[in-house]
Design a protein around this ligand. Sequence first.
Ligand code: GMT
Length: 366
Amino acid sequence: MRIGITCHATVGGSGAIAVALGKLLANRGHRVHFICHDIPFGLIGDRHPGITVHEVEVTQYPPLKYPPYGMALAVKMAEVANLARLELLHVHYAIPHALSAYLAREMTAPERLRVVCTLHGTDITLVGADPSYQPLVKFCIEACDAVTSVSNWLTETVSRSFGITRRVHTIYNFIDVGEFRRIEGCASAPPSVVHISNFRPVKRASDVIKVFKRVRDKVEARLIMVGDGPDRPRTIQLARELGIASDVSFIGVSESVVGILSSADVFLLPSEMESFGLAALEAMACEVPVVATNIGGLNEVVEDGECGYLLPLGDVESMALRTIEILTHPQLRKQLGEQGRAIAVEKFNPASALRAYLAVYESVLS
Ligand code: GMT
């Protein structure tokens, strides 16, 4: 097949999944064209056979207050579709990609370019729910040839909150357990707690600090905060105010999360919302027990009591108690970690996801 893929090129789960899927497709002999505003994070410095990247150029003219990226993307999609004779466009994250793909499909008619859209989370629950976008996101979802979502929870949410009756296929995110595996000999002393996110308000990074403060009051430990985003400065400030700054490292965006996770004893994810929680799955694959919020798609990824613990939103006290329990019981850490990896291997393997995506592609092309 000749497939165009569009995603947000920045660090983040939706881009990571788009790139991982693109590589799986290319390895199977399909021709993959990424059409994005920048080279996607996972493809920087990596010339992968079968994958071509097309960067969208957005020109800014003085009368335009906002650069019309969605229009430039639609034009590039149509151009690549014509040149590379694309059969389908698979867009990850509905905004603005589903609209651009819809326009590209119209522009390339009577060629039959198909559009598949994967919903990732905040494109439905937060940004997509905003009245400024919601009616158009709904229109685009209904106009796609096929729609997938990354968890049953998100599938149900989009149907209920957008009043959509069309079929939405749940295809779980997946993990390369060859790449994401615990590297032996990285254990840290004192034990370490890790959080990885884009530090948006929805991640509640300040809850990580509040949990760690309670943990640090009882046991010796370190906290590693990985990633960057709008809430990072005030999270750093909170660590100072609570007097734990010397035990917390803010290391920014990292390309070596496997190394960091390999030395971790607990992964904290106290988010307000996660449609899936790819970061939690990465931790599980690296045998790190997860302490997270009992919300959204996290219930489908983190099996409570098996590979970590799910607790009510904002319950930093219980999250701290569970973290302390794991840090002070090495055998429990090991058991939860091993069970987490087993779940990652069985339930979230790339081969099943690829099969499911190919079945969706074939259904829209037939
Ligand atoms: O929506 C975001 O904040 C970013 C987005 C992304 O691009 O990483 O995250 C969403 O998609 C991920 C990949 O499918 C999921 O693992 C995340 O749970 C989801 N984020 C939210 O639902 C908040």
